[in-house]
Design a protein around this ligand. Sequence first.
Ligand code: NI
Length: 275
Amino acid sequence: MALTREQVEQYNRDGYLTPIRVMSAAEARRFRDRMEASEAKVGGPLQGNYRHKTHLLYTWADELVHHPAVIDAVESVLGPDILCWNTNLFAKEASSAGFISWHQDSTYWGLDPSDVITAWVALSPSNPKSGCMRVIPGTHTVDQLPHVDTFHKDNLLSRGQEIAVDVDLAKAVDIVLEPGEMSLHHIKIVHGSEPNRANDRRIGLAIRYIPTYVRQLKVRDSALLVRGVDRYHHFDYEERPKADADTAALAAHKDAMDRQVRALYQGTDKTAFRA
Ligand code: NI
């Protein structure tokens, strides 16, 4: 499932690549069913910290971040030694107001250098009606843009951060995905998304991968080695869940999230992710 040289060149030029089929629609449906079973157990959509580093809590998310077809494509860009640094579950409910302002992921993550890739795996249809991700091609090569924190209640980002300068929306491209397809995007590409106006949920798991040489500049952070070897030891190692949200998984997740909250909310008075 490695990418072709043309695909890698396209990613390096545009800052994204899509669509890439990594599993059948039926397999994606099984992942969705397991995710929704996890929701049923907590009595509703996964909220707050459960939406982040979800792979340390649930076996279905752990299997997704280790999915060979996903990692094969990522390896084509990042090389053979790969850490999973984070996951973010983006479930936009049918006909709901949640949106994502235009932003660069690099703004608060503290990772250096910017060799950071997101594999966005669709578990339901993601298209303009359901509020799919939109990107501005080529913007991964510009410098870090200034952002402002809005903490807007319907913004699904941690700080409601948005780019403080005008974005050329005429250049925006819709990332249309069917269940079982994924896109790849660079940590610096300008992207955002609109609310879900469809009658199904829009569910995707954003998996953040880094090569082992990347550093976290803000805190002593943790990550999970998913392929190759780590000769750098810039991150403490995380524990994979053996059962869904059991005592050990909850403890491992809490430890990792405490570090992440310190990094992402540095300079604000926030001490936990918003629900
Ligand atoms: Ni983002």
